[in-house]
Structure formats: structure tokens, C-alpha cells
Write a protein that binds this ligand. Structure first.
Ligand code: ATP
Ligand code: MG
Ligand code: FE
Length: 343
């Protein structure tokens, strides 16, 4: 039984074919970073049109690679939210069209659920987390701490009150004159800087709960830049500011993770996902917090931490295994779609 997954919720067009055990038979991904870079961020209308351009041929190629015809697929899954509505409509309606044409069941997948279950994919070079575990999702569009209690059973413990973590990296990188997406470039610049030079705020540090906030920190960086005469905006100034910013984010995240773990005494593992999880300083700080508390930190390979379609097909497989029915073709796309705690 082969399952097709489609992901179009943001700026990655992706599809994948998995067999029922979760083995990957085909995996395709096209990043639109170059399309959006001139605008310094993802432009929703450009993203939706690019998905539409890329997806049909990409799905065809994936099916050929997997050696399956559309008519023989056991299920067709697409991300139906949360995300940019135009892209969601392109991917979900493509999947629904295929489901109508082939009679295969359709699964409308929650993007956050897909990120949450990725670490359970068999064959990864990481230990498979047992339920319940804690997911820290830190990407360009999402910042969330989610208790993963089982398939279909999630509870959001915290989220950001303003900017997403990756968004903060990208905005600060822009202030420092780095190209979009700025996260990786900022990390490289920070490596040459002195993190103790600038006293920046540690958002939410010590506050109750598990929510994040990044806009105040970003504003503090902007004020530092604005207060500095152009002649003094040297590379070492930028590197010190990048390092100071990164340290503030690291400390804030470590604090939030510690609080979430305290709320989940039965949890054995912390799973990270999202592009920001590529950051080495963040990773090692999170690993320290987890270890201090006797939990392990599990980081799936980066290509599966960022947006991809393997996780979408896998989420459908997990749902089928858990006995969850497929979704009606009338299932809507949902730009906002929270994983709510059980009552
Ligand atoms: P979504 O939020 O829908 O999952 P996205 O495309 O915004 O999608 P990802 O592709 O998971 O998110 O991650 C991209 C984000 O990760 C960008 O904001 C980027 O700057 C950030 N990022 C990538 N590498 C690093 C790094 N080494 N340090 C900090 N941030 C990073
Ligand atoms: Mg992306
Ligand atoms: Fe994502």
C-alpha cells in the first residue's frame, strides 16, 4: 500500500510516496526561497502560483520514481492547514482531485500534527520517542511547545505572543544587513561575535507559563542599530550584536523548555522541529535542559525538521493505524488550525 503526501502550506512545494510501513519510496522538494528573496519574506500570492506551477510535474515524477500509478495509491494526503491559504488550496485541491479520479481516500493533514509525528518515522537515525513526548516547533511561521500524548492527542502548552522564532532571526538578520532567509547567516556571523557585549532583554524569562515573545528583543536590536552612527556599524559590531541576540534567544528558549518539562513529568523525550532547530547554539542549550531533567533530545534529520511531504504522508499512515477515518472531500483548508488540548 503506497501513500502520497503533499505539502504546500508555506514556501516549500513537496510531495512524497511512502509505503505502509513508513519506508520512503520517493521524496521531492522545491524551495521557493529564490522567488521570495527579493521581497525579504514569503509573498503569499507568489507562493500559491509557484505551488501550482511546480506540483503537477513533481507528483508525476514522484509516482514514477516510486513505481506506482495514481490509480494504485492506497491514500492521498495533503496539508490542509495551518498555513497560507492560497498554497493550502492548491495542494489540498490537487489531492482531492486525485482522490476523486482514483477513488483513493483523502486525508486533510494538520501541518503541526505532521511535524509532531515525524520523529516516529521508522528508519531514522534517532531513537523513536515514546508517548507522551514534548515537541518544540521553531520555524519561520510557528513557535510552539506541544505535548504529544498520542496520535490525535495533542495539547499546546505555549506559543509565541508575537513573532515566530525564525521570523525574529530573519528580521534581526535584515537589520544587520544579511540576506534573506537570515537565520543561517546570522548564526555564522554570531560565531565570530562577543555575546556578552550587548545587554539585550530575555523575553519572558522567569515568567509563568510556556509562551514566547520575540518582538521586544527584535526592537531592542533595532534600537541599538539606530543609535549607532553609520561609521561604527562595523562587521565586529554586527557580529557582537548577532551573538548577543542569539544568546538572548537561547536563554529564553531554554527557560520556556524547562517550564514545559516541569508540566510533563511523564515525558521522556523532547523532539525538536522547524528550521530554527538547525541552530547549533539552540540545539546544545536545549540538549542541556533536557539532560538536566533526565530527558533526551531527539532531532530528526534537518530535511525532515523543515517543511517536507514525507511527514504529511506519515501523519496519514499514523492516523490510519490509529483507526482514524479519512476526511470528506468537503474538508476545508484552514489558515489557522490549532492543536487543542483534550477537554
Ligand atoms: P513553517 O513555519 O510553515 O514550518 P518555514 O518555511 O517558515 O515554514 P522552516 O523552513 O522550517 O520554516 O524554517 C525556516 C526558518 O528557520 C527561517 O526563519 C530561517 O531563518 C530559520 N533558520 C534556518 N536555519 C537557522 C539557523 N541556523 N539559526 C536560526 N534560524 C535558522
Ligand atoms: Mg520553509
Ligand atoms: Fe512547518
Amino acid at each position: 500500500a503506497l501513500i502520497l503526501g503533499i505539502e504546500t502550506s508555506c514556501d516549500e512545494t513537496a510531495c512524497a510516496v511512502l509505503d505502509g510501513s513508513g519506508a520512503i519510496r520517493a521524496e521531492k522538494l522545491a524551495s521557493q526561497i529564490a522567488d521570495h528573496a527579493p521581497f525579504g519574506g514569503v509573498v503569499p500570492e507568489i507562493a500559491a502560483r509557484a505551488h501550482l506551477d511546480i506540483l503537477p510535474a513533481m507528483v508525476g515524477a514522484a509516482l514514477r520514481e516510486a513505481g506506482v500509478s495514481a490509480g494504485n495509491l492506497a491514500a492521498i494526503a495533503a496539508t490542509a492547514g495551518p498555513g497560507l491559504i492560497g498554497g493550502l488550496i492548491v495542494g489540498a485541491n490537487f489531492a482531492k482531485g486525485m482522490a476523486i479520479a482514483t477513488g483513493a481516500p483523502f486525508f486533510a493533514i494538520n501541518h503541526l500534527e505532521a511535524h509532531a509525528l515525524t520523529a516516529r518515522l521508522p528508519g531514522l537515525d534517532v531513537s523513536v520517542p515514546e508517548f507522551p513526548y514534548l515537541l518544540l516547533l521553531v520555524s519561520g511561521g510557528h513557535t510552539a511547545l506541544i505535548a504529544v500524548e498520542g496520535v490525535g492527542r495533542y495539547c499546546r502548552l505555549g506559543t509565541t505572543l508575537d513573532d515566530a522564532a525564525g521570523e525574529a532571526f530573519d528580521k534581526v538578520a535584515k537589520l544587520l544587513g544579511l540576506p534573506y532567509p537570515g537565520g543561517p547567516a546570522l548564526e555564522r556571523l554570531a560565531a565570530e561575535g562577543d555575546a556578552a557585549r550587548f545587554a539585550l532583554p530575555r523575553p519572558m524569562l522567569g515568567r509563568p507559563g510556556c509562551d514566547f515573545s520575540f518582538s521586544g528583543l527584535k526592537t531592542a536590536v533595532a534600537q541599538r542599530v539606530a543609535a549607532t552612527p553609520p561609521g561604527a556599524l562595523s562587521r565586529s559590531f554586527a557580529a557582537d550584536l548577532a551573538a548577543s541576540f542569539q544568546r538572548a534567544v537561547v536563554e529564553a528558549m531554554a527557560d520556556r523548555l524547562g517550564r514545559a518539562l516541569a508540566m510533563m513529568p511523564g515525558c521522556t523525550a523532547v523532539v525538536v522541529a522547524g528550521g530554527v532547530a538547525a541552530n547549533g547554539a539552540i540545539r546544545s542549550a536545549l540538549a542541556n535542559v533536557a539532560a538536566r531533567d533526565g530527558r533526551s533530545l531527539i532531532a530528526p534529520p534537518l530535511r525532515l525538521c523543515t517543511d517536507n511531504a514525507v511527514m504529511v504522508a506519515w501523519a496519514a499512515i499514523e492516523r490510519m493505524r490509529a483507526g482514524s477515518p479519512s476526511d470528506p472531500l468537503a474538508a476545508p483548508c484552514r489558515p489557522r488550525w490549532m492543536l487543542n488540548c483534550a477537554a
